[in-house]
Design a protein around this ligand. Sequence first.
Ligand SMILES: O=C[C@H](O)[C@H](O)[C@H](O)COP(=O)(O)O
Length: 250
Amino acid sequence: MTPPASASNQLDQEKRLAAAAALRWVRDGMVLGLGTGSTAAHFIALLGEAVRDGQLRVQATATSQASEAQARELGIPLLEPQRGLRFDLTIDGADELDPRLRLIKGGGGALLREKVLATASQYLLIIADSSKLVPQLGQFPLPLEVVPFALPWVLDAVAELGGSPVLRSDRHNLKEPARSDQGNFLVDCHFTHIPDPEQVAAQLQTIPGVVEHGLFLGLAQAALVTQGDQVMVVKPGMEPVSATNFAELP
Ligand SMILES: O=C[C@H](O)[C@H](O)[C@H](O)COP(=O)(O)O
């Protein structure tokens, strides 16, 4: 359900505050991974300003064509995928995160590239508004990237796991399926509750034709979650603390 306009403005403001807090930990010379989605777009915009004003010199690789286009337009120097390329820090959004920093990602269809960069990063920092932090994952439908040929069998297999799969439609032409940047289909799996994300991830990995799933487990080191006008740091096993308490990466 879409939130009413005032709530959606509030969430957008929270996203921007989290993005601004993340920018504090970007250091000159860093190689960055740039996430995808509305929260990551705030970060890229702020980073672009810092680069333009000469406050930061960084290089970056983006997790989607959309983020790459935004970064290019803002003059952020971009690196192509290459062997040996590692990222000091990747800043990305999430659709859901739990207190152990297990994530659901892929609402924008960028889960594959996002997981590739997250895995090649020393530090994955998630930025999010207050609606994203949940006690248990699964309310947000879990996205899968699926090879088109394999679709019918993937749908069968996900249904057997209790995930009520729905093939995602193209936003601009609802009669057509949405495609990832790789040209694959996206399937949203409505589990409602995922009490054991590790088990679900292991099961999804065995389905032929599933290129990637949107469970990000053990990948994020910290999250910046805005609650009202306060940005809080969330780390596994730690009570959330104000982001202003950290001078370095949390
Ligand atoms: O594929 C998209 C990504 O995983 C996004 O980071 C995620 O959907 C969150 O997007 P937003 O910041 O727009 O809520």
